[in-house]
Every structure is written in C-alpha cells, then in structure tokens.
Design a protein around this ligand. Structure first.
Ligand code: GDP
Ligand code: IMO
Ligand code: MG
Length: 430
C-alpha cells in the first residue's frame, strides 16, 4: 500500500523528471499533486528527449496509470498539446491518463492576469513563468474557480463563466488597463475542451486510494521545490501551491499514513529561476561556467537559471519541512573537472553565525554564505552506474551532503539519460 513521494528539495529543476522516469519502472500509478504547467520536467531515455509540463513522467512505462490530482491546476490547451505531441511520437497515452474532476482549470484570463500583475509589480516582479498559475490558485481560494468537472456539465458552465468574467473583466480593464476577455470566445474553448477531455476526467482520488488499498505502488511526482512553497518557501518569491509533503495529502486526497517514503531530489549544486533571495549565488565566471556547461536554461520559459554552490542550510530546512527518508543527488557529473567544490554549511547574518534558514526574505537577503572547500575529483563521474565507478573525492563529497542533509543518498544521477544512474538501493518495493 505504499505511496512514494519524490519532491523537489531546492528551488525546482533538480531533475525530478529524470528520477520519476527511472523509478516508474516499479510503479503502478504515477501522480502529479501540485503546480501546473509552470513545471518543466525533462526525460531522456531510449525513446528520445521529452519535456513535460503537465503529463506525469511515468508515461513511458506501459504498466503505469498516470494521474493529475485535484491539487494541480490544468491548462487544457497545454494538456491537449502534450497528448497530441506524444501521439505524433508514436505514444497513445489517452487510456493511461486521468485528470481529477476536482482539478482547477487555468483559463485564458488567468494567463492574461499573470502578465498584468507581474507588469504592475514593476521592480518587485516575482519572475513568474507567466502560465496563469497564481491567478488560478487565487480564484480557487476565492471560490470563483472552474474545475475539470465543470467541463462535464457544459451547459451549466455558461452562466458561471458569465458571472466570473463580469468581475474579472472589471479587474483586467479598470485596475490594470488590459483588454476585456470575451465570454463567448472563452465558452467556445470550453466546449472544445469538453469534447476532447471529458473521457479523461475521472475520480482520481478514489482510484489512487483503491490502488493503495490493493497494494499498488504509487509514485508521487513533485513539481517545483520546497523553497518555492507558498508557505515554507522564500515568500513572496514563491509559487502559489504547496510542493512540500503536505501538498501530497491535500493535492491527491491521500492520507499521510499511506506515504512510506519521502525522497528529496537535490542538485549537487543549486539553481534558481526568477527573482528572490539565493544566498550561495555565484555572480561570477564560475557561475557562468556552470550555467553554460550544464545548460542551465529553463524548460518552461528558456530563461537562464541563476547558479550557486550547494546550500546545506537550505537543505536541512527543506529536510525539516519534508522529513526525507532518502536523498537523491543529481547532476554530480556537472562538477567533474573542477579543482575544488564548495558547500555552504552556515550563514553569517548581521555579524552572527547561524544555521537557521530565516523566515523573512529581508533577513535571507542579508545572509552571507560560509563555505567549506572540497577537493575536486580527478576522473569523471559522468555516466557512472555504480558507486565503485565514482572517484574517491566524489564519493566523499556525496557522503558530506548525506551528513549535512541528514538522510542517506540512495540515488546518484550522473547524466540526463535514464541509464546514467547509480541506484544505491532499490527504492520501490516489488
Ligand atoms: P525538473 O524540473 O526537476 O524535472 O528538472 P528539469 O528537467 O527542469 O532540469 C533538469 C535538467 O537536468 C534537465 O535538462 C535534465 O535532462 C538534466 N539532468 C537530470 N539529471 C541529470 C544529471 O545527473 N546530469 C546531467 N548532466 N543532467 C541531468
Ligand atoms: P519544476 O517542476 C523552477 C518559479 C518561477 C518563479 C516562481 C513563481 O520544473 O521544478 P509561477 O509561474 O509558479 O507563479 O512562478 O516560481 N517556478 C519554478 N522554478 N522550476 C519550476 O518547476 C518552477 N515553477 C515555478 O520561476 O520564480
Ligand atoms: Mg524543471
């Protein structure tokens, strides 16, 4: 009956997509529970290279059912494009994909509002992905959202849409000076979505719970990362959902007793896209070198990612929030060839040394990293599949990360391809 959570442990883009593809070999169900198409998850395997924004990354394993939970916000156009793209590549996924009837829909006016609010924030812009995520979750909390189930009852949707747009258009035009959205245009889109998506909309929460009761392996695919969490991240420079462990229960209707393992995915260094504090950021040639070497550019927006050394203060905090039973370290190979590698073990804040991750963004901005130096490794880790293949210094580095994070590193990723993986331990029970 176990559910296994795979969560982003930093600021997103840790390599969750690759890890989900690897671990799905032993999964019956793979489920997204939070976020939307702000996510960009890369999978590289024998079938090619793929970027997923909404379809779970377990889809390549034919035994898996892939579900999108109630906590996810779904842009139907993006979902349909992704399904069509997979079909063009020879994969018909429709019979192995289900969207919760309770999942909220990202509407065209949410995307418009995302752009308008970012513009209005001026210098304090968050640097969102522009996919309408914040406005959709805001409508959900305000109880003015539309859900996948509403596409099953298309006639009843029109008057609701009319009333929502009366208010939303006033905000768009009078507050932000934007262009009003036409109710009939949006409704025509809803009709098209209803025709194509209705067969995919179903009782995801019941199906997942029935599977867990029957002893199936459910793999929970995190999106974003702990430090982007609406409550626990570097607010306000966060996303609008809970990518941390609590988000699993809420976003999929699975009670915590079902979750046996919580895996935190960490890059061997750090990156962040968008604005907000980043204590170990490298604004120098080393940062630029890692960015180029590792091709650290966003999957969803193409923006250059900010790069820094591994931050163990943030990592311990992330572990405190999520209670990792395993850590997964990705992109170790990116550090191949460096003379030395640094890890931040504490911050200096206003003249005091601290290992606390401050709750306030102003204090976090003032934190200066205190680094320890690690010897680089003389032979590459790239493509290694066993611990024995890793050079001694790389193993020492991973052991130090293990100590600092406070749980065993059970998977090490040494390249983007599915096979470039050191599985220290088989994580899903079979
Ligand atoms: P996600 O959002 O957490 O799924 O991560 P992204 O897909 O946005 O970014 C991770 C990037 O790193 C992708 O380009 C992956 O193909 C790549 N990647 C994943 N694991 C490794 C690894 O171990 N080594 C290298 N070099 N690249 C990796
Ligand atoms: P994956 O799943 C990295 C960041 C954005 C921005 C902030 C808010 O690929 O790891 P939003 O559009 O969510 O309102 O933007 O969150 N962000 C991500 N950064 N990886 C992601 O997802 C992200 N999803 C959102 O860059 O700073
Ligand atoms: Mg990503």
């Amino acid at each position: 009956m176990p559910a296994y959570a795979v969560l982003g442990a930093q600021w997103g883009d840790e390599g969750k997509g690759k890890i989900i593809d690897v671990l799905s070999r032993d999964a019956d169900i793979v489920a997204r529970f939070s976020g939307g198409n702000n996510a960009g998850h890369t999978v590289v395997n024998g079938q090619g290279k793929f970027s997923f924004h909404i379809v779970p990354c377990g889809i390549f394993w034919p035994q898996t059912m892939n579900v999108i939970g109630n906590g996810v916000v779904v842009d139907p156009d993006v979902l349909l494009d992704e399904i069509d793209g997979l079909k063009e590549q020879g994969m018909d996924v429709a019979d192995r994909l289900m969207v919760s009837e309770r999942a909220h829909l990202i509407m065209p006016y949410h995307v418009a509002l995302d752009a308008l609010t970012e513009q209005a924030r001026g210098k304090s812009a968050i640097g969102t992905t522009g996919k309408g995520i914040g406005p959709t979750y805001a409508d959900k909390a305000a109880r003015t959202g539309l859900r996948a189930a509403d596409l099953l009852d298309i006639e009843a949707l029109y008057p609701r849409l009319e009333s929502i747009l009366e208010y939303t258009n006033a905000v768009i035009t009078k507050v932000y000076g934007g262009d009003a959205v036409d109710v009939d245009d949006v409704y025509a889109k809803c009709r098209q979505w209803s025709e194509r998506l209705s067969p995919l909309i179903g009782p995801v929460e019941r199906i997942v719970n029935d599977a867990l009761s029957a002893g199936a392996n459910v793999l929970l695919e995190g999106a974003q990362g702990a430090l982007l969490d609406l409550d626990h991240g570097t607010y306000p420079f966060v996303t609008s959902s809970n990518p941390t462990i609590g988000g699993v229960s809420v976003g999929l209707g699975v009670h915590p007793g079902h979750i046996s393992d919580v895996m935190g995915v960490f890059k061997a260094y750090s990156t962040r896209v968008g604005t907000g504090p980043f204590p170990t950021e490298l604004n120098d040639d080393t940062g630029a070198h890692i960015r180029e070497l590792a091709q650290e550019f966003g999957v969803t927006t193409g923006r250059p990612r900010r790069v820094g050394w591994f931050d163990a203060v943030a990592a311990r905090y992330s572990s405190q929030v999520n209670g990792y039973t395993s850590a997964i370290v990705t992109r170790l190979d990116v550090l191949d060839g460096f003379d030395s590698v640094k890890v931040c073990t504490a911050y200096e804040l206003d003249g005091e040394i601290t290992q606390e991750f401050p709750g306030g963004v102003a204090a976090l901005e003032r934190c200066k990293p205190i680094f320890e130096d690690h010897e680089g490794w003389d032979s590459p880790t790239a493509s290694a599949t066993t611990l024995e293949e890793l050079p001694k210094q790389a193993r020492t580095y991973v052991q130090r990360l293990e100590e600092l994070i406070g749980c065993p590193v059970d998977v090490i990723s040494t390249g983007p391809h599915r096979d470039e993986t050191v599985l220290v331990k088989r994580l899903l029970k079979v």
